[in-house]
Design a protein around this ligand. Sequence first.
Ligand SMILES: NC(=O)c1ccc[n+]([C@@H]2O[C@H](COP(=O)([O-])OP(=O)(O)OC[C@H]3O[C@@H](n4cnc5c(N)ncnc54)[C@H](OP(=O)(O)O)[C@@H]3O)[C@@H](O)[C@H]2O)c1
Length: 284
Amino acid sequence: MKIMICGADGKLGQRLARDLGPRNDVRAFCYADLDIERLDPVYQTAREIKPDAIINAAAFTAVDRCEDEIDAAYRANAVGVRNLAVAADSVGARLVHFSTDFVFDGERSGPPYREYDTPNPLSVYGKSKLTGEREALQNCGRGMVLRLAWVYGPGGWNFTDWVVDQARQGKEMRVVTDQIGTPTWTGDVVRQVARLLDEDGRGLYHATGGGECSRYEWACEALRLAGLPTERVIPVTSEALVQKAPRPRYSVLDNFFLRGQDLDVMRDWREALSEHLNEAGALT
Ligand SMILES: NC(=O)c1ccc[n+]([C@@H]2O[C@H](COP(=O)([O-])OP(=O)(O)OC[C@H]3O[C@@H](n4cnc5c(N)ncnc54)[C@H](OP(=O)(O)O)[C@@H]3O)[C@@H](O)[C@H]2O)c1
């Protein structure tokens, strides 16, 4: 399959290029090679390559900065997505796009959100990503959107590696106990994308790791697996940790459509965490 990847310098973009490369003809574009906000180059590249699928891993993901840089957030997370959707549609390609658990307000404590639950984003980031979902699905006949959550993996700042690094340096870290979600490893997301491309997936999917935890539990589990002490992880509430953008307190997603179509390859978050640390040489 000929696959065009945008945002190939991000965490997920790097993993997509690496893991899909061996079995496919992958053309990966970093931000400097292709800015998804620029319609002409996007069209031109799609026409030249004529990909079977365009995968968009590009996004403005700095959640707190989005609160101040509203136009920039919508340009990357919505206008750029429309550009890719119309370009994909014009060459008959599929579009794979990623969204977030932050489209929900998290004001309940369960059950996990399903694809048919009504979004209500609290932050500019969440609102811009929700707009992007609609752009992807409305403008490309063969579009799919995977809502992810708490994404980590090598190739950029991520919570798991930050916690392990802090602990190794003997530093304290304040981590919230009242945000509940599911860590999702980039390696598993790529396996899920490959399965959906093989099976011609369409529409909106929740695609996160299985189970749920607080960020505090995530940090402690990573340190336990890495054989490091957990005492320096200081439990705090969201109120104590001043963050510009509001976060949903409960944003566990249920991969209901993936399961319903027998396409779910996502694993329990602890199992994936262990594989990530093993790959990074940090597992004891
Ligand atoms: N990280 C998470 O916890 C999380 C959770 C849920 C969903 N997601 C979604 O998962 C996807 C991948 O996220 P990630 O964690 O891999 O993010 P990431 O590491 O921040 O990668 C995104 C990449 O896109 C680039 N980019 C920004 N604007 C661009 C543009 N106009 N054209 C081309 N590239 C552009 C960024 O460059 P700069 O860094 O230079 O801006 C960055 O290299 C995104 O759709 C994100 O919204 C992430």
